[in-house]
Design a protein around this ligand. Structure first.
Ligand code: MSP
Length: 646
C-alpha cells in the first residue's frame, strides 16, 4: 500500500433477498467516497460483492425449491443490474462462491492454524440464522436474539473454535493506539466497551450446514460464514492465489464501510483473524446508521420496505443517490418518508439546482447569443465557490458527506442570490450601459455552476456531467484540484441547451402514485386507513396534509395601496421565479407600503389565485394576528428568496 492508494469496500450482500434502500445506501456512500478520492488524484480500488454461503441462503433456496447457487445466481444479477443503473463505479465484484475467494479462505485458515489459534470441540448453544451469529444465552428472550430480532435455534455439533479470548488485550491495544480505527466515535466506544467486557472463543465451522467453503483438511465441516465472508476483502485482491500483486498494492484497506449492525464482526472478529494470520489491519471501519421507514423499522412482514426500482425509474438514479446522501447525517439513523423525498426533490434538486441552472443558461442563450462572455474579476460568487470547495473537502475528509452537500448548496444559493440581486433581465434592457454587468453576472453564475458540478460529481455523476454540458464546461477537467480554480470557462465557448435537470413534481399527486408502489403490507394498511371515516375529528392533520402547503421566503420589491381600500396592499414579491409575484394582503392598517419595501416575508405560494377588490392575488403572506392586528412573519436571517419554509 502506498500513500496515494485508497482501498474502499462495502459489505458483501446476502443473496437471500432483493436489495432495498438500506443495502443501496452503503454502496452509494462508498461510491461517493471512491469517486471523491479518484477526483483527488488517488489510485482507488473499490470493491463490492455478494455473500452467498451459510445457513440463511441454504434455507431460503430450499424454501424456493432451488439449489443455493441457483438462488445466488438469480439475486446476483439483480445486484449487478442495480449497481449499473445506479452508476456505481466499483472496480471489482466478488462472489464468495468463486474459486478465487475459496483460495483466500483456505489460505487464511492455514495461517491461523499455524499460529495455533484453532482447536476442535463441541458447540452447544444458540444460533441465529438471520444474523448468522452464535448467540449467548443472556441474549435470547422468547426464542429470539434480542440484538437482531431474528429467531434462534439450539445447536449441538462438533466445531472448530478460534481462540478469540486470546485477542482481547491485542484488540484493546489496537483500538487505543488507533483512535480513528472505528468511526464515528460513538461506535468506537461501543466496541471498546464490548471487548472490555471479555471475549469468548468463537465457533468457526459448522457440520449441520453444507453450503460453504470446506474446512481445510476437515471436509465434514464448512467454514463459518462470517470467517468466510470477511475474507472477501483480501481474497478479491488475490490473497491466497498465485498473483497477489493487487493485495500488495492495496492492502490494508483505508476503509470498510458497513452498517452499524455488523460492526462487531468487522471490528472484533476480523482484526483478530488478521492478527492471528499475521496480516495488517484495516485503517478504518465506518459504521453508518440505520434507515427506517416513516420512523418504523423496515421489514418485509410490515410491507414497508423501500425498494429502489420505482424511485429510480420515476426520479432518476441521481435523485435517489442525492436523497440518501443528504438526508442521513452520516453515522446516525434516518427515516425514509415519501414526503421528505419529494420535498427534497423539489426544493434542493428542482429548485436550487435545476432552476438556478436553467435561469443562468437560458439568460445566456437569450441575452448573450449562447456564448460564454469574458472572465470578469473574481467577485462574490468566486468567493462563495472557494469557500464551498474548502468546506466540501473538509467535510468529505471528516466523513461528513451530508455536510459536504450542504456546503455545495450554499454555493448554489449564492449564485441564485446574485442573479436576483443583479437582475440580468433588467440589465439586458439597459443595452450597452448594462452590458458589462450583465456579462459579469452570467459568467459568474455559469462558472459557479461549473465548480458546483465538480462538488456534486461524487454524489450525482450523471447530473454533474449534464450540468457541465449545459454551462459550456464540456471537456474541461473533472478533478477536485486545479479544476476547482476560478475562471476555467473560456470566452466565446457555446453553452449547451437549457434542459430541466429535475422537473418539479406535484407533491400531492406524487404521494398517491408512490403509495401504489408499496409492497402489499403497506397498501393494505393504507387502504384500511382510508376506509375509516375521516372524521374522528381530533383537529390534527398529518405531516402529508401540511406538506401540501408550499411556504416560501420572498422579498418585497414593490408595494402600493389598493385604491379605495384601507387595509389592502398590493405587493410585488421576489420568490426567485422568472417574474415577481403579485400578492394582495390585508395589512395596510398597520404597515405603510414604504415600510414593506425590501422586507423578507413568508408566502403561501401554491394558493389558488383570488381577486380582492378587483385585484388579483397569487398567494398569501403569513402574519400573526393580535386582536385582528397583523404582525408580519419574517425569517430570522438573510435567507435567499425562493427558500422553502418547512
Ligand atoms: N453479508 C453480511 C455482510 C458481510 S460483510 C463481510 C450482511 N449482509 S446484508 O445484506 O444483510 O447487509 C448488507 C449491508 O446493508 C449492511 O451494511 C447492513 O448494515 C446494510 N443494511 C441493511 N439494512 C439496512 C437498513 N435498513 N439501513 C441501513 N443499512 C442497512 O450483513
Amino acid at each position: 500500500m502506498s500513500e496515494n492508494t485508497y482501498y474502499i469496500t462495502t459489505p458483501i450482500y446476502y443473496v437471500n433477498d432483493m436489495p432495498h434502500i438500506g443495502h443501496i445506501y452503503t454502496t452509494v456512500m462508498a461510491d461517493a467516497f471512491a469517486r471523491y478520492h479518484r477526483m483527488q488524484g488517488r489510485t482507488v480500488r473499490f470493491l463490492t460483492g455478494t455473500d452467498e454461503h451459510g445457513q440463511k441462503i441454504e434455507k431460503s433456496a430450499a424454501a424456493q425449491g432451488l439449489q443455493p447457487i441457483e438462488l445466488a445466481d438469480k439475486v446476483v444479477e439483480r445486484y449487478r443490474h442495480l449497481w449499473e443503473v445506479l452508476n456505481i463505479s466499483h472496480d471489482d465484484f466478488i462472489r464468495t462462491s468463486e474459486d478465487r475467494h475459496k483460495a483466500g479462505v483456505t489460505e487464511i485458515i492455514k495461517r491461523i492454524m499455524a499460529s495455533d489459534d484453532l482447536y476442535k470441540g463441541d458447540y452447544e448453544g444458540w444460533y441465529c440464522a438471520g444474523a448468522e451469529a452464535f448467540v449467548p444465552d443472556s441474549q435470547v428472550v422468547d426464542g429470539k436474539d434480542t440484538e437482531s430480532g431474528y429467531p434462534v435455534e439450539r445447536l449441538s455439533e462438533s466445531s472448530w473454535f478460534f481462540k478469540l479470548s486470546a485477542y482481547q488485550e491485542p484488540l484493546l491495544e489496537w483500538y487505543k493506539a488507533n483512535p480513528d480505527c472505528i468511526q464515528p466515535k460513538s461506535r468506537y466506544n461501543e466496541v471498546l466497551r464490548f471487548v472490555e467486557g471479555g471475549l469468548r472463543d468463537l465457533s468457526v465451522s459448522r457440520t449441520s450446514v453444507s453450503w460453504g467453503v470446506p474446512f481445510p483438511d476437515d471436509p465434514d465441516h464448512v467454514v463459518y460464514v462470517w470467517l468466510d465472508a470477511l475474507t472477501n476483502y483480501i481474497s478479491a485482491l488475490g490473497f491466497g492465489s498465485d498473483d497477489a500483486s493487487a493485495y500488495d498494492q492495496f492492502w490494508p484497506a483505508q476503509i470498510h464501510m458497513v452498517g452499524k449492525d455488523i460492526l462487531r464482526f468487522h471490528c472484533v472478529y476480523w482484526p483478530a483473524f488478521l492478527m492471528s494470520a499475521g496480516l495488517p489491519l484495516p485503517k478504518t471501519v465506518f459504521g453508518h446508521g440505520w434507515w427506517m421507514r416513516d420512523d418504523a423499522k423496515m421489514s418485509k412482514s410490515l410491507g414497508n420496505v423501500v425498494r429502489p426500482d420505482y424511485l429510480i425509474e420515476r426520479f432518476g438514479p441521481d435523485a435517489l443517490r442525492y436523497f440518501l446522501a443528504r438526508e442521513m447525517a452520516f453515522g446516525l439513523d434516518a427515516s425514509f418518508s415519501d414526503v421528505a423525498f419529494l420535498e427534497r426533490f423539489n426544493a434542493d434538486l428542482a429548485n436550487a439546482l435545476g432552476n438556478t441552472t436553467s435561469r443562468a443558461v437560458s439568460m445566456t442563450e437569450r441575452f448573450l447569443d449562447g456564448k460564454i462572455p469574458k472572465t470578469p474579476a473574481a467577485g462574490t460568487i468566486a468567493e462563495a465557490a472557494a469557500e464551498a470547495v474548502k468546506a466540501h473537502r473538509h467535510h468529505m475528509d471528516k466523513m461528513e458527506p451530508h455536510r459536504a452537500l450542504e456546503a455545495t448548496w450554499r454555493l448554489l444559493s449564492a449564485i441564485n442570490g446574485r442573479i436576483q440581486e443583479q437582475q440580468p433581465w433588467a440589465l439586458a434592457k439597459q443595452g450597452d450601459e448594462g452590458r458589462a454587468a450583465l456579462e459579469a453576472v452570467l459568467y459568474e453564475s455559469l462558472e459557479g455552476l461549473r465548480i458546483a458540478s465538480l462538488l456534486i460529481e461524487p454524489f450525482m455523476p450523471s447530473i454533474a456531467e449534464r450540468l457541465r454540458t449545459q454551462v459550456g464546461a464540456r471537456g474541461l477537467p473533472v478533478n477536485l484540484g486545479d479544476a476547482t480554480v476560478w475562471g476555467l470557462l473560456s470566452e466565446g465557448t457555446s453553452i449547451g441547451k437549457t434542459e430541466a435537470l429535475f422537473p418539479r413534481v406535484d407533491v400531492k399527486k406524487m404521494m398517491k402514485e408512490l403509495a401504489q408502489r408499496d409492497e402489499p403490507g403497506v397498501q393494505a394498511k393504507e387502504s384500511s386507513k382510508s376506509e375509516k371515516p375521516e372524521a374522528e375529528d381530533d383537529g390534527l392533520i398529518s405531516i402529508d396534509d401540511f406538506a401540501k402547503v408550499k411556504l416560501v421566503v420572498g422579498i418585497v420589491k414593490e408595494a402600493e395601496r389598493v385604491p379605495k381600500s384601507k387595509k389592502l396592499v398590493k405587493l410585488m414579491v421576489d420568490l426567485a421565479e422568472d417574474e415577481l409575484r403579485q400578492v394582495v394582503a390585508g395589512i395596510g392598517a398597520k404597515y405603510a407600503p414604504e415600510d414593506l419595501m425590501g422586507r423578507r416575508i413568508v408566502v403561501v405560494a401554491n394558493l389558488k389565485p383570488a381577486k380582492l377588490m378587483g385585484v388579483e392575488s397569487h398567494g398569501m403572506l403569513l402574519a400573526a394576528s393580535l386582536d385582528g392586528d397583523p404582525d408580519l412573519l419574517s425569517p430570522d436571517g438573510e435567507v435567499p428568496p425562493g427558500t422553502e419554509v418547512r
